[in-house]
Design a protein around this ligand. Structure first.
Ligand code: FAD
Length: 310
């Protein structure tokens, strides 16, 4: 990409928000891996985002969207495209709640840049049930909806009622029944930018919610290396199978390429032990895919998103 002052000026015309230049994307990912982006645009409102997308199209430039960067591998040579981040989209509110006596479920609106754990805590504190299984999952609401994040029998799309998106230059509201969400896919095309979601939750006792969440969090801590630098599960579980079990039984637990290691706790997590690179990570992915295919005849599909020059 042409990284010049006039380009930034052109893209910034009428844009409200922050523009960062020459940013190392490793600082934006939980793996702490990734090369440079010439620009990160952080729009402060949907209209600025729409204007930016139009300006990018007019300049013949592409873009990539990152949320919390907790399910992403950014390559070592960085990205050509302009990076967009929605972290200024932070609204969170109950909508039209007529109180417990109404017997109605409660609708909550959350914008896409909000941390998923802020939403989970809001629900716990407000006595709202439906998202307990997502406790401890890092990243943003937008990233969770895009990938239909889930754990312990709960997926975010189970409670999503409608999704507000920017698509093909228009801000539109998609009803849940018109979205084909599946395992680790929110059912939205990659050119769809999630602005916010309405979710529908049951009322429940706060103490019960807290207990359930504590249980899930304990399980998560015992079974996943959550304190280490990872991007969560590297591969999707094949139908009726566990990718972690296949990787483990193919003999890869603890295997290392450079500073990237297959976790000894959960074989579907790859850990950056220090100075790991995207090159190492991709080489380890290839080795694991190859080994599992040879042993079980199953081809593992990536769950993580991979962006950047390759
Ligand atoms: C320790 C650890 C534990 C984890 N445990 C789980 C788990 O139990 N279950 C689980 O499902 N995941 C888990 N993950 C993976 C990850 O946290 C989730 O997938 C999370 O929902 C990703 O959100 P994000 O904001 O970080 O998305 P990113 O990693 O930034 O992006 C992921 C994808 O979403 C897209 N995206 C992001 N925001 C938007 C938006 N506003 N509009 C459109 N597209 C968007 C990006 O373009 C990209 O393609 C774990 C990760 C870690 C590091």
């Amino acid at each position: 990409m042409v990284s010049d002052y006039s380009l930034k000026e052109r893209l910034s015309e009428g844009f409200n928000g922050d523009v960062l230049t020459d940013v190392m994307l490793r600082d934006y990912t939980s793996l702490r891996i990734g090369g440079k982006a010439d620009y990160i645009f952080i729009p402060s409102d949907p209209l600025s985002l729409r204007g930016l997308i139009e300006a990018l199209a007019a300049a013949g430039l592409g873009y990539v969207l990152i949320g919390g960067g907790t399910n992403l591998l950014v390559t070592d040579d960085g990205v050509d495209d302009v990076v967009i981040n929605m972290k200024a989209f932070q609204s969170l509110e109950r909508v039209g709640d007529r109180g417990e006596d109404s017997g109605e479920d409660v609708r909550v609106f959350a914008q896409s840049g909000l941390s998923l754990q802020r939403l989970v805590s809001f629900c716990r504190e407000g006595g709202l049930s439906g998202l307990e299984g997502l406790v401890g999952i890092p990243g943003t609401v937008g990233g969770a909806v895009f990938g239909n994040a889930g754990a312990y029998g709960c997926e975010i799309m189970d409670v999503v009622q409608r999704v507000t998106v920017l698509r093909e230059g228009s801000i539109v509201v998609l009803e849940r029944e018109d979205i084909n969400a599946t395992y680790r896919s929110g059912g939205l095309s990659p050119d769809t930018m999630i602005l916010g979601v309405h979710i529908l939750l049951k009322r429940d006792d706060k103490g019960t919610l807290q207990e359930r969440m504590n249980e899930f969090l304990q399980m998560k801590k015992k079974t996943q290396p959550i304190g280490e630098r990872s991007a969560g599960c590297v591969f999707k579980n094949p139908p009726a199978e566990s990718a972690a079990r296949l990787i483990d039984e193919a003999g890869f637990k603890g295997m290392r390429v450079g500073d990237i290691e297959v976790s000894t706790l959960h074989a579907n997590f790859f850990i950056n032990k220090g100075q790991g690179t995207a090159g190492d990570f991709l080489a380890l992915m290839d080795a694991v895919v190859d080994g599992v295919r040879k042993k079980f005849g199953i081809v593992l599909e990536p769950e993580i998103g991979i962006i950047g020059r390759r």
